[in-house]
Ligand binder design. Sequence first.
Ligand code: SF4
Length: 348
Amino acid sequence: MTLSHSQLLLDWYDRVKRDLPWRRTQNPYRIWLSEIMLQQTRVETVKGYYARFLDWFPTVADLANAPQEQVLKAWEGLGYYSRARNLQKAAQTIMNKHGGVFPSNYERILALPGIGPYTAGAIGSIAFGLREPAVDGNVYRVASRFFGIREDIGIPRVQKEIQKLVKDSIPADRPGDYNQALMELGATHCCPGTPACDLCPWNQLCDACLEGDADVLPIHEKKKPPKQVEVAVCLLTHENRIYVTRRQERMLNGLYVFHLIEEETQPHRVQQMLCESGFSAQFIADLGEARHVFTHRVWNMRILHFELTQLPADVQMVDLEQMNQLPFPTAVKTAVQEARKLLGGHTA
Ligand code: SF4
């Protein structure tokens, strides 16, 4: 990107930018506060909170030294209170580690509590003129269209590529304004769905606009839906003890489970399969269903009670007290409750 790209965008921004309180300052504390407040909160709502917060805590030192209840009170109604707690923690770090002076180096800004790459880039560029990108969801969208990135922007490599393209496109003289202009473009003309390219200062240069596919960018590949797996959870009891086994598989490795059979939950078929695995068992009762969602699979479980008529060698049978000492995954929580009932215990 040459200077003319940035100049076009900056000229547009100078014409249309909204007059917001935090745009009238270069004070890093104020810019930081606005960036944190604007996360998950609308501009109109932030305005009132921003003014009151600065009234109560005009400087980093005031914020660092205030009682936490007072900081939370000033935040009351904004939600996501960890933002307020982190603000105060970061203010205390600035006082204790940086002699009360807001750090002007990108890495040091990024190291403050509650500050990620986007916020560090915003503060660094707006308050200190650093050529650091501030890439949020809006800017990913604008950049993927402008540069014609037609790969899934959920891929970390693609995100890095976009961040680099944006960083390289930042003009040396007005990095903060340029970053804000990109955000403004994403919030106004270059919106999700069909963008208003005819109003955009970049419509003669933008790859997606020239190619005519802006409305399908950025590409978000849909995650594959988790695989649905039917699982029979077999509670195999014998003389007030129950069969358990320690998982060797990668999933739930090292945790204890009951005998599990995948892809089959019909009692008579499960009984046959138990027999094939060396268990002589008699079906007693269907104890109901349970479901557990893992990241990539869902277990749709049927809990079946069988009485072992003969004990195979080398199996681990435990009584209630022993079972209660073993680590079971949450996935089989309902089955554990049923097992406790069978072994004469309480379900809690
Ligand atoms: S020309 Fe259209 S797609 Fe390209 S940046 Fe502007 S609004 Fe977005």
